[in-house]
Ligand binder design. Structure first.
Ligand code: CP
Length: 333
């Protein structure tokens, strides 16, 4: 497979904190390599591109897909992923991001961080670590973006619809969930990335569930610059109408992450924001249902939809492995 050597060289040692930090061309290389790695993994072709490398995975929040795609991915690349629960590290005693960045850089080859549940903190911490780290800092989900998820989503959408996504509509909608206040970073990451790669984006949420204003501005500017559409509505049905892709999921209210009971009480007014078969019929016949998972079954989505023929959630989750391995390979080589 041919890759532009200049772009590949420019990615060695680079951080991946937001998709916005990489150019379109750099993300294209990451997607191409992910497709190649998917082929190799499925066909049993060895691809030990990172022998003897170590990546530290620092988690301030729980995870199934992210932790396991990084750990399995590192093993398949010949590297080792070292899991660190933030609560059991000295960060819990107030150790500085600078000290952690400098010291972990001297032990290994990349630092990956998940810190997604406190608006205003995760992205700032990652950028602080990156200031002092001599190795790439990779964002496993923060308060602003989930760049490994949205890259896998873009890969999945292209597998489904082809490379040219012009004129296709994605509905990114809030949905009700009683489990916990989910981070805002997936919808924010989606509206910023998908407006950049040709999709028309309709964002839907009840009035209280606004996304961070700077992410809305970026989506608007992308749409203006590229001639894609970006609109915000407060009606889930309107968002689903004629959509090619629906991506309904829950997220929390920025001001209420520290008051979960209050947020949950408000959310109870919007239990009807569920992705069910009636709503799927509003979308185009060929429309696909996506969710980053975990999904609150019976609340965000019915079993009929998530287990039905339009759902591509497992393909989407699988692509987390391949995109993760691609970015590790490019940045850690
Ligand atoms: N989608 C996602 O990031 O899943 P996990 O929270 O399980 O890592």
């Amino acid at each position: 497979m041919f890759f532009d050597e200049k772009i590949v060289a420019g990615l060695r040692g680079r951080d991946y904190i937001e998709t916005n930090d990489w150019t379109d061309e750099e993300l294209e290389v990451a997607l191409e390599l992910a497709a190649d790695l998917k082929f190799k993994f499925r066909n049993g072709i060895p691809h030990r591109y990172l022998p003897d490398k170590t990546i530290f995975l620092l988690f301030f929040d729980k995870s199934t897909r992210t932790r396991n795609s990084f750990e399995a991915g590192a093993t398949q690349l010949g590297a080792h992923a070292h899991f660190i629960d933030a609560e059991t590290s000295q960060l819990a005693h107030g150790e500085s991001p600078k000290d952690m960045g400098v010291i972990l850089s001297s032990y290994g080859h990349a630092i990956a961080i998940r810190h997604d549940l406190v608006p205003g903190e995760g992205n700032t911490l990652m950028r602080e670590v990156a200031k002092y780290a001599e190795v790439p800092v990779l964002n496993m989900q923060c308060d602003v973006d989930h760049p490994f998820q949205t890259l896998a989503d873009l890969m999945t959408i292209r597998e489904q619809f082809g490379r040219n996504l012009r004129g296709l509509k994605i509905a990114v909608s809030w949905a009700y969930a009683p489990s916990y206040a989910k981070p805002m970073s997936v919808p924010q990451g989606l509206i910023m990335l998908m407006t950049r790669f040709g999709l028309d984006v309709t964002l839907a949420h009840p009035p209280e569930w606004k996304l961070m204003p700077h992410t809305i501005e970026i989506a608007k500017k992308n749409a203006e610059r590229l001639g894609t559409k970006f609109e915000i509505v407060d009606d889930m049905d309107a968002a689903f109408e004629n959509a090619d892709i629906v991506y309904p999921k829950s997220w929390g209210i920025e001001e209420l992450f520290h008051k979960p009971e209050e947020a949950l009480k408000l959310a109870a007014n919007y239990k009807h924001w569920i992705c069910d078969e009636r709503r799927m019929k509003l979308a185009k016949k060929h429309a696909v249902y996506m969710h980053c998972l975990p999904a609150d079954r019976g609340n965000e989505v019915t079993d009929e939809v998530i287990d039905g023929p339009q759902s591509i959630v497992y393909q989407e989750a699988e692509n987390r492995l391949h995109t993760c391995k691609s970015v590790m390979t490019l940045t850690m080589s």
